[in-house]
Design a protein around this ligand. Structure first.
Ligand code: B12
Ligand code: SF4
Length: 476
């Protein structure tokens, strides 16, 4: 039996994946979703992994079963791929975040859907496919244990095409329930953990001195995280991961994480407006604490990539300029700017569905406005998102960040990582031609001109010497 597992990519990402930054490597890593499915494939079955971001799909491949993973924005592409193989009479199974959040929809495009984790269920899917007895849906009755997971077959990836394939997952899910987040919708506000010794063994044998913990919130359970950090110290490798900023409530823990090899954290700051945080149930983020927390991380040699979301209920056209200033003032090392995207299955989707203006999933990639924001036009939100993304990654800003971080304690340890991440974003912005404009600047310019117009009303006409200025005033 031959199984082909496919990670789809749309044209935009294919363009990024085929560009030769970093010696032909694309800034993408992990593919742990499909590698975990591959790991669960019964012995004796021939399994391959195809990542469309970096390679073409072998449409004519002689395989007996196709498995496709996808996030929401890639669902339409996944369905296209599924249709192709089903036309050839090859059964297709869909799994992953979107299929889990929308199993009925996915089921219309596949022979079977796996809802949730593959562990504990994929071997049955393969056996049923082998016997031509695929059922429409497979799901574990309870989330499977993460003890003794099978080793992931990273050799199935074309390793030389990625920034790194050294990615490990210690925990799945997150105990928080932020209303816009797919992770809370997928994992139901729960986190499961692998035994520390399993994780450490994988870190020791991963064959690279640097790796990524792809966990959603590695530090959520502080006792678990502390045990993991202590066990990671002797491993002596550098790594980055995701966490909330609550990690900085405990300076001792931050020091421990740094000793354990942490050189970078992706933290979802999301916004600099407390009422926005309230509106999405993320009040454990304290805007007034951001500065102290980030300085503490920096002082321990830990770089900070911030996740910022634009388009919350409290955001107005001034939000972009204010956000950029805050990012500069906080000395943020890299940022992932997203547009609030009501992902199906999340609470945000239910609360904003009446304001959805775009139902094409391929636009749900967090960089396109798909709903009517409360205090802005759709165009203002789009332009503002593009503008701040472009501004933050202007070469002079990148250079300034390098200088700043080189002067920080432990700065040199993070140089390679911060350079790679900044250059990856910069390359993507260029490839996609993102520029935008600040909606508040347009508005302020308008106000300025309107100001001149009203001033003119106060001053007698003959006192206005400059005709061009007058005509500009009229236009405004
Ligand atoms: C690591 C990661 C990345 C990495 C690597 C991605 C990769 N393909 O390897 C990078 C940084 C590149 C990335 C980028 C993006 N990401 Co991302 N990413 C993640 C993260 C944190 C972990 C994914 C992972 O490796 N999980 C570990 C595996 C083991 O778990 P799993 O994926 O759930 O897989 C299990 C099951 O779902 C199932 N399964 C999965 N697929 C399949 C397929 C079959 C056939 C079967 C049977 C089962 C099955 O079995 C697996 C084992 O149990 C997830 C969050 C999450 N928890 O999923 C976000 C997440 C998937 N990313 C997300 C987003 C939005 C993005 C970006 C669009 C961000 C952006 N604004 O640019 C980009 C898009 C990139 C692209 N090229 O398209 C969202 C997707 C939301 C959605 N519903 O669409 C998530 C859920 C984060 C979030 N909080 O919302 N991402
Ligand atoms: S803390 Fe992060 S991962 Fe956890 S639910 Fe909130 S946004 Fe999602």
């Amino acid at each position: 039996m031959r199984v082909m597992l496919i990670a789809p990519a749309d044209g935009k990402w294919r363009k990024v994946g085929r560009r030769s930054f970093f010696n032909g490597r694309t800034f993408r890593f992990s593919l742990l979703s499909l590698l975990s499915v591959a790991a669960e494939t019964p012995a004796g079955v021939d399994v391959s992994v195809v990542d469309e971001q970096i390679e073409d799909i072998p449409w004519d491949a002689g395989v007996d079963l196709v498995g496709i993973t996808c996030m929401t924005a890639l669902a339409p592409r996944a369905y296209e791929i599924a249709a192709h193989f089903r036309r050839r009479g090859i059964p297709v199974v869909l799994g992953g975040v979107h299929a889990t959040l929308c199993p009925d929809e996915a089921g219309q495009h596949a022979d079977a859907v796996v809802v949730g984790d593959a562990e504990g269920i994929w071997h049955r899917v393969v056996a049923d496919a082998c016997a031509s007895e695929l059922k429409k849906e497979y799901r574990n009755p309870t989330a499977p244990s993460l003890t003794n997971l099978k080793p992931v077959p990273r050799h199935l990836l074309k390793g030389d095409r990625y920034a790194t394939v050294a990615a490990i997952q210690a925990t799945r899910g997150c105990p928080h329930t932020c209303s816009f987040c797919s992770v809370s919708a997928f994992h139901g506000g729960r986190q499961r953990q692998r035994p520390v010794e399993d994780v450490v063994r994988e870190a020791e044998t991963i064959g690279s001195d640097f790796f990524i913990f792809v966990d959603d919130n590695l530090t959520a359970d502080r006792d678990y995280a502390r045990r993991l950090m202590e066990a990671m110290i002797p491993v002596g490798k550098k790594w980055i991961t995701q966490s909330t900023l609550a990690v900085a409530d405990d300076p001792g823990f931050v020091q421990l994480a740094a000793r354990a090899g942490c050189i970078g954290l992706f933290v979802g700051l999301e916004t600099f407006n407390g009422s926005n945080l309230e509106s999405v149930d993320k009040t454990f983020n304290k805007v007034e604490e951001y500065k102290r927390a980030i300085r503490l991380l920096h002082d321990n040699g830990i770089g900070v990539e911030a996740g910022i979301v634009l388009g919350f209920e409290g955001d107005r056209p001034e939000v972009f300029r204010r956000t950029l200033k805050m990012l500069d003032d906080l000395h943020i090392d890299a940022v992932q700017v997203s547009i609030l995207t009501p992902i199906p299955g999340t609470e945000t989707y239910s609360s904003t569905w009446h304001r959805l203006r775009d139902h094409d999933w391929s636009h749900y990639d967090f960089h396109r406005v798909v709903f009517q924001p409360k205090h802005m036009t759709i165009d203002q939100l789009q332009q503002g998102h593009d503008w701040i993304t472009h501004e933050f990654y202007r070469p002079w800003r990148i250079a300034r960040r390098f200088v700043r971080h080189a002067l920080r304690p432990g700065g040199s340890g993070t140089t390679k990582y911060l350079a790679a991440i900044n250059m990856a974003y910069w390359g993507r912005i260029r490839t996609w031609g993102i520029k935008g404009k600040d909606p508040a600047a347009a508005k302020n310019a308008g106000e300025h001109v309107r100001g001149l117009t009203s001033l003119r009303r106060l001053i007698p006409r003959r006192a206005w010497p400059c005709a061009p200025l007058r005509s500009r005033g009229r236009a405004g």
